[in-house]
Design a protein around this ligand. Structure first.
Ligand code: ADP
Ligand code: MG
Length: 462
């Protein structure tokens, strides 16, 4: 034993503090279910235990990758319940212990192959994500033009690597390439995650030869979300070989990723260099114009399918394009929500209505704060903030106070107790009472109703 390992061994704990691994296992089985347990966790052994970490034995790399990506947090949480000082897991692969029974547990099939994998299932191109309905803007123009170019000049730029944040249209774009090319080519479209499912399944069934043939016969190979391979050595190995053999026979390779090739940490350097060896383009955040165009397009689609105009005025559309600084997926989500509300309430929504509907998208800070509500309300009634927050119960103070509490509930995402605290530590039941009182008064007291609306629009106006 060398000096270093001796040192580590000294940290190992004395008998009485040892983690009861059986108990941890038992609880994992209860919490995660016996299927997952017997497929993945049952055969994990506790190899060594130190003050702050444990070394767990797993049978193969694939097991390690799978367990780390899916269950490591849960295992660590469970261990911590038994021994709080542990804050890290390490895995050691014990390939020599493996026999054919244990590499691939019996229930594996049920868990993984639920996703029916057939040749047809790979090419799950979505017909709705095509070039025709991809809206162009500054942020995605280059990626779009590159994608189009690929379709006319196969293998000239190889691979095409498109990267960008979530919901910006990467899948849409590479799916469009697939649709366009599949007329004349053997197109394979798969996410990196599914590639892994298939990979593991093939090993299990002893069908690696088939797997290799299958993926290598494509002359257009599109793989989505390549960042999934980060930290998964076995998968990277296989991907590297698949990539090389496709590349060698000049198949067009198209890849999407949430980050640039050189930012793919925990990916082998040789893979990163392959990935950046062709054309690398990014998709950026959409600007106002692009968001506006997308909204107009959505309105158009809505009209075509429902034969009615979604009841949105220009200022609302403008607000959605300007103030929701979201990605495109979120923008579409926000649009659908507003349209649904407008249909339900059968009225034309104002920008303020939208702000209220979207308050959780906005988070409280964005729409407004309790402080602001208090200031505006006390100003409106020409009383001081101290008076409004005081314990005095005279109506000229109590009514504005109740209105402010009511608005705090309606315009922020703060909970009732939080609101109570901000009103000189009042109880949440007081807040409920205020909300109910103002709701009731608004129904039959025109003046209160008018004042509440006015205060609300002052609060929301900037
Ligand atoms: P990513 O793969 O980058 O996370 P997606 O391609 O899944 O994003 O896009 C998210 C949603 O936004 C999809 O519904 C997609 O159709 C839509 N979308 C994204 N960009 C555009 C665009 N330029 N034109 C039209 N729809 C778009
Ligand atoms: Mg995607």
């Amino acid at each position: 034993m060398d000096e270093k390992s001796l040192k580590i061994d000294k940290q190992a704990l004395s008998e009485e503090n040892l983690l009861e691994w059986d108990k941890v296992q038992e609880n994992l089985k209860i919490n995660l279910g016996s299927q997952i347990y017997s497929s993945w966790l049952k055969n994990i052994s506790l190899l060594k235990e130190y003050n702050h970490y444990v070394i767990l034995g797993v049978q193969t790399r694939f097991f390690r990758d799978w367990i780390t990506s899916r269950y490591a947090d849960k295992i660590l949480d469970e261990i911590k319940k038994h021994k709080i000082s542990i804050n890290r897991l390490e895995f050691q692969i014990q390939e020599d212990k493996v026999d054919s029974q244990t590499i691939y547990p019996q229930t594996f099939e049920n868990n993984v192959t639920d996703i029916k994998e057939s040749v047809l299932n790979y090419n799950r191109l979505n017909p709705n994500l095509n070039f025709d309905n991809f809206v162009l803007g500054e942020s995605n123009k280059l990626a779009y033009l590159s994608a189009k170019k690929i379709c006319t000049q196969l293998s000239r730029y190889n691979p095409l690597f498109i990267y960008g944040g979530v919901g910006l249209g990467k899948t849409h774009l590479i799916n469009s390439i697939g649709l366009k090319l599949k007329e004349d080519n053997n197109v394979m479209f798969i996410s990196a995650e599914r590639f892994m499912y298939q990979f593991i399944k093939s090993i299990k069934k002893n069908e690696m030869v088939k797997f290799k043939d299958f993926f290598r016969k494509a002359n257009v190979f599109i793989i989505d979300d390549i960042q999934f391979i980060r930290g998964k050595e076995g998968l990277q190995e296989e991907f590297f070989h698949t990539f090389n053999s496709l590349f060698d026979k000049s198949s067009q390779i198209i890849i999407s990723s949430d980050r640039a090739p050189n930012k793919l940490d925990r990916v082998q350097d040789r893979i990163k260099s392959r990935l950046s060896g062709g054309l690398v383009v990014d998709i950026g955040n959409p600007d106002y114009e692009l968001k506006l165009k997308i909204l107009k397009k959505k309105i158009n689609e809505f009209e075509n399918s429902f034969k009615e105009y979604p009841n949105l005025n220009e200022s609302v559309i403008d607000f959605l394009a300007k103030d929701t600084n979201s990605n495109i997926r979120e923008l579409i989500g926000v649009f659908n929500r507003i349209v649904a509300f407008s249909k339900m309430s059968k009225k034309q929504l104002s920008v303020n209505d939208c702000k209220i509907i979207l308050k959780d998208v906005y988070k409280n800070s964005k729409i407004t704060t309790i402080e602001k509500i208090q200031n505006v309300t006390s100003n409106f009634y020409s009383i001081s903030l101290e008076e409004m927050l005081s314990q005095r119960r005279s109506r000229p103070l109590a009514r504005p106070r109740q209105i402010a509490m009511y608005l705090a509930k309606k315009l922020t995402t703060r909970s009732l107790p939080e609101i109570g605290r901000k009103f000189s530590n009042r109880d949440h039941t007081t807040v409920i009472h205020a909300v109910k009182t103002i709701e009731k008064l608004s129904l039959n007291n025109e003046e209160i109703k008018k004042n509440v609306e006015e205060i609300k629009s002052i609060i929301l106006s900037d």
